[in-house]
Design a protein around this ligand. Structure first.
Ligand code: SAH
Length: 223
């Protein structure tokens, strides 16, 4: 049975202009409380981002909904996500497409997300511990690519992993600072001739960080 809090969340997303019924149903079916840490269980259905381990965040449901809607996903698609985080966005995508490939640089986050996918029997999500700046060349090309961490500039490495006709959605811009207080959520469509680019809305995402975190001799991980 759907949690009544999930129904209120869906109504609020509709009010914010999310019209794709398949996206709304996928969000309604995804138990967000499974993806937040215990202290935030009571806040799981609020339309806001929340902190998760390793200094990262689970995205706001509205941003998950908008990004997913703009990806125009079809049932036979293979989708690459960069930035697994809690696993929530991947779980929403998995209900709409054939296969989700998700990459995370923090191993503990990747492992926790993987166990959540098992628990929810989402067997069409494959996880990888790695640097998303490289994409996932062995599985490319993808029908769709979603970045859930902000990239300063979109690199050809990622766009080259998109099929012609494919769509990539990403927060593009520098980390939030005194000079810039948001990034741009950008939608790129790869055409035979090149790419077309559309700016959707200003957003605030954690930055994409190159390479893997270094683990020191005490087993502590540096960001
Ligand atoms: N999609 C997530 C939100 C994640 S926040 C969710 O639904 O919860 C962004 C994530 O991107 C963080 O977990 C961060 O560790 C990860 N990230 C940052 N840089 C990365 C990189 N270079 N490669 C892979 N993951 C990266």
């Amino acid at each position: 049975m759907t949690d009544t809090r999930a129904i209120s969340l869906i109504m609020s997303l509709r009010g914010q202009g999310i019209t794709d019924q398949r996206v709304l149903s996928a969000i309604e079916r995804t138990p967000r409380e499974t993806f937040v840490d215990d202290p935030f269980e009571a806040n799981a259905y609020e339309n806001s981002a929340l902190p998760i381990a390793c200094g990262q965040t689970i995205s706001q449901p509205y941003i998950v909904a908008l990004s997913t809607q703009e990806l125009e996903i079809q049932a036979n698609h293979r989708v690459l996500e960069i930035g697994t985080g809690s696993g929530y966005q991947a779980a929403v995508l998995a209900q709409l497409c054939r296969m989700v490939y998700t990459v995370e640089r923090h191993k503990p986050l990747m492992q926790l997300a993987h166990s959540r996918f098992q628990q929810l029997k989402l067997h069409n999500i494959v996880t990888r511990h790695g640097d998303g700046f490289q994409g996932w060349p062995e599985q490319a090309p993808f029908d769709r690519i979603l970045l859930t961490a902000a990239i300063p500039d979109l690199s050809p490495t990622l766009i080259d992993q998109l099929k012609p006709g494919g769509i990539l959605v990403a927060p593009v811009g520098k980390p939030v600072s005194a000079e810039s207080n948001s990034q741009d959520l950008v939608k790129i469509i790869r055409t035979e001739e090149g790419t077309s680019r559309q700016s959707l809305i200003p957003v605030v995402f954690v930055p994409m960080v190159p390479g893997l975190p270094q683990v020191n001799s005490d087993g502590e991980t540096r960001k």
